[in-house]
Design a binder for this molecule. Structure first.
Ligand SMILES: [Zn+2]
Ligand SMILES: [Zn+2]
Length: 137
């Protein structure tokens, strides 16, 4: 559970009506919306919210570390409120459904020293691809 709104309240982030709507749209599990999808959903709750406000708010949430940007397939960036729990992604190559998943091993320690080429690795992204139940049946 991302409980984004609760985290923002705890850190004293100024919750204007517009920021609140963006945070509400992003609240929940397995949420990975593009900026346009966040805007479309925000407009349902607050018709006057502009695209620019949504983009700015997303940028701020990313810069304070409460939302992470996820790049998939070279398509539009997605915004993920599950920023505090290391996870990887499972993506349906047909419909684009994305799930947060937690591999049993640690993907960083799974990389042998011989293949680190002297890098200090700070981040690992693993993407599992396939067809979701709705697409393979
Ligand atoms: Zn699918
Ligand atoms: Zn995620």
């Amino acid at each position: 559970m991302s409980d984004l709104l609760e985290r923002l309240r705890e850190r004293g982030w100024r919750l204007t009506a517009q920021r609140r709507v963006v945070a509400e749209v992003l609240d929940g599990d397995h949420v990975h919306y593009t900026a346009d999808e966040v805007h479309a959903r925000a407009v349902e709750r607050l018709p006057e919210i502009s695209r620019a406000t949504v983009y700015n708010t997303l940028g701020e949430l990313v810069s304070i570390g409460e939302v992470v940007e996820v790049s998939t397939d070279g398509r539009a960036k997605r915004y993920d409120p599950n920023a505090h729990h290391a996870h990887q992604h499972l993506i349906c190559s047909r419909c684009g459904t994305i799930r947060d998943v937690h591999p049993l091993g640690d993907p960083l320690s799974d990389l042998p020293d011989a293949e680190r080429f002297g890098f200090v690795v700070s981040q690992v992204e693993v993407t599992y691809r396939g067809l979701c139940p709705g697409c393979h049946s």
